[in-house]
Design a binder for this molecule. Sequence first.
Ligand SMILES: Cc1ncc(COP(=O)(O)O)c(C=O)c1O
Length: 366
Amino acid sequence: MNYETPRFYRVMRYARETDRDVIDMVGGNPDWEPPAALRDGLREYADFEPARFQYPPSAGLDDLRGEIAARRGVDPEQVVVTNGAGEANYLAMAAALERDAGSEVVLTEPVYPYYPGKTTLLGGRQRFVETDPDGHLDPRAVREVVSEETACLVVNTPNNPTGAVYPHETMAELVSIAEEHDALVLSDEVYDHFDLSGRFASALEVDSANRIVTNAFSKSMAITGFRVGYAIFPHELAASARTRHMLVNVTGSRPAQYAVLRALRETGPDYYRANRERLRERVETFTAALETAGADYTRPDGGFYVMARFEGYPGTLENVERLIDEAGVAGMPGESFGESRREWLRFALVTPRVEAAAARLAAYFE
Ligand SMILES: Cc1ncc(COP(=O)(O)O)c(C=O)c1O
């Protein structure tokens, strides 16, 4: 498996360039509206004075950092506003590897493919821990791979691609394993607003100096193109993360941060609830059709993705391209997420055409 070149772009391009009508279920770009206040914030920004078109503080607008810190119950000094969860994960892994407390990064299998690439980029070595067939992570399996060499354990809940949501007990156990081995837990919680199970637990619930939490507004506000995310560091790692962020980026986008701040302040729970409900309905529609088609599938507890397995149709790149050409549905090859899901395909439920996609798949595999 080539972890270094994520295949999202290749599959998306293939789907776009084909002649037939294709239902795009490749990437995690929400198809729904951002909060109304976000659009208001952007419009308002266009008329601000030129001084507000200049560099914001490198670690993020003070008010945005303050708002995030207040909501997450941490000190603003612990918060770095980043270019999405992607940069937040990079800073977090770098912080873990810089401590000289090991050079291994423990990742789950299946894995979100950018984690192994970032590990290599930062000079770390990957070790993998298998999740259960339903995507849950057994802390006993984690104990077997964590060692003195472990710099950090990266978890993602709700999970891409499995849809698993790790309960509080799992998170507490993972943090305590990290503490015992002088390692860090990096908890990527970018899908936290899409917990369909009610069991989501942030690593922030577990008080410890051995965890870093990353997140973004990319999914929760349907703005993957804005690039506003954040990482919450233990106090002793925050300053060097801020420095790395500054040396890599100088800073982030000021209008985007302003609009996010306005949306955070003015958007009530109804917005997030409606998006969750939409997703829940799509999960029902899609999995019911997969059931009818006789496919194996996952029923996500959270996040955007359903994995499906069709008899005699392994989740290779070639098969994904064939499905685009012959069925008009674009998904991701399961092999992109690791050995254990080679037989599977991943479908992102970020299209209103979920029902049509399921019907096309059912007809194709009949
Ligand atoms: C698990 C996970 N982490 C991070 C990201 C990247 O988030 P962002 O767009 O905020 O960088 C994604 C995007 O799909 C993701 O699925």
